[in-house]
Design a protein around this ligand. Sequence first.
Ligand code: GLA
Length: 374
Amino acid sequence: MIKKLITCCLLALPVFGFCNVVSKNENPGIPVATPVDSSKGLKDYFAKYFTMGVAVSPRSLKTDEAGLVLKNFSSITPENAMKMGPIHPRENEYFWRDADSIVAFAKNNHLKIRGHNLCWHNQAPRWIFTNAAGDTVSKEVLLQRLKDHITTVVNRYKGSIYAWDVVNEAISDDPGEYLRNSTWLRICGEEYIAKAFAYAHEADPDALLFYNDYKEINPVKRDKIYQLVKSLKDAGVPIHGVGLQGHWSIYEPSETELTNTIKKFADLGLKIQITELDISAYKKEHGSRERRAEDNNTEFTPGKDAAQSEMYKRCFTVFEKYKKQITGITFWNISDRYSWLDNFPVRGRKDYPLLFDKNLQPKKAFWEVVKTVH
Ligand code: GLA
């Protein structure tokens, strides 16, 4: 009778707003649960550690994903809407609608905003590098255009955006090369990086300015990112933090790789943010490629689910050790309903990299992450 009563109570818990997270079961047959208050979202569990953020599109904020965002996150980042190409498609034309709608959503709901990004080799509009005749512009012209762009965008959202990714991915993936051989570098030389920070700081002296890059767990690339950020800091460039993107997978990083990475950047005395976190269900690849036969196997198996929760748990356990240096964690996309990884590195290969499934329900990884909080 008593057994029956307890079982009934436990089964009824979800109705009263609690979820059952089975911790240990000393009495097989009766589920023993740690009641987890399901009215709490990620941001609440992590309130004493980090600002929890997520990358969004204007469209996602008009769907039921908006509710999930509000419950779990206190910061948002426009996934694409503030990149130079989308927001500044022609020299004398800005396209504000999408970015404005994200900023309005954040303001109405008292969310913080991380701006992303002001200078990148990808998604840059072609006009910025060329003149009316189609010839490459001079360094002076390009730096002036960069200044105009940064000043206009940063000014428009001054006071609303607390942090900007100023320069994105300027480091080369080629182990023998320091800076990426981008059009920015070819026309301006290394100077464009420091200039971008100076322009952003001039436009909004209160905004926190970040350098942001990926493959940071690779020791060769990590050292180059470190070298760049350190040289900017030493030269007095207004840089306040380094963004580690965190596009990882169920196979990486190892605990040592992650610890070494965060330790290294913590040394700089700048803020660290994990800016684009996702844990792919596939082996990590950083370049797009053709689909192969094995890519048709896209099932998110229980084995992958378990490996992903372990990896998320590992990452958050390390993040929490460095809670003084890490000030924010942003997930790259909201739920497994949509991820940029569905089309990268293989077009149309479904991925499952986030903490919420396609039905917006918390995955095993979500509960593992929550359990790391002490
Ligand atoms: C990089 C960029 C992001 C985004 C992702 C893929 O990490 O910084 O803006 O484009 O790639 O979505």
